[in-house]
Design a protein around this ligand. Structure first.
Ligand SMILES: [Zn+2]
Ligand SMILES: [Zn+2]
Length: 133
């Protein structure tokens, strides 16, 4: 028996497949809705419970929005966003500034890093123009 890959249930695999299919991040609600239309329908609480398991296993990353919503994506996707505090528009950042940072050895020896988050907040071009006007 191999221990290199965590064992995941059929439902967790369905959620992971759904996240891999989508180029963007998905909320629990969105996952629930897209699975609902398919043969793999499951309850919303089941969706959230299984997402939690996937995050703990280091297969899925989660990102908390200021609105309280949580977005999920496969863990290997290292994507960061610029979010406008005025209109809520988000843009993807090119590249990952965190890659250039060195995690202190003290941390990496005692803590198994699964993923990181980094977000920029500000005003988009349109909003900064209308504020100045
Ligand atoms: Zn804006
Ligand atoms: Zn990153």
């Amino acid at each position: 028996m191999s221990t290199s890959k965590p064992e995941i249930s059929k439902r967790q695999k369905q959620l992971l497949d759904e996240l891999n299919k989508c180029a963007d991040e998905l909320s629990g609600q969105e996952l629930y809705r897209s699975l609902h239309a398919s043969e793999f329908s499951m309850g919303l609480t089941t969706v959230y419970r299984n997402l939690q398991v996937l995050v703990k296993q280091g297969l899925v990353r989660s990102r908390h929005l200021p609105t309280g919503e949580v977005l999920y994506a496969p863990v290997e996707r290292d994507i960061h966003h610029l979010t406008c505090v005025s209109c809520g528009e988000t843009k993807r950042l090119e590249g990952c500034p965190v890659q250039a940072m060195k995690t202190p050895k003290k941390i990496s020896n005692q803590f198994e890093l699964l993923f990181h988050t980094l977000e920029y907040f500000g005003l988009c071009h349109n909003c900064s123009q209308s504020i100045k006007a």
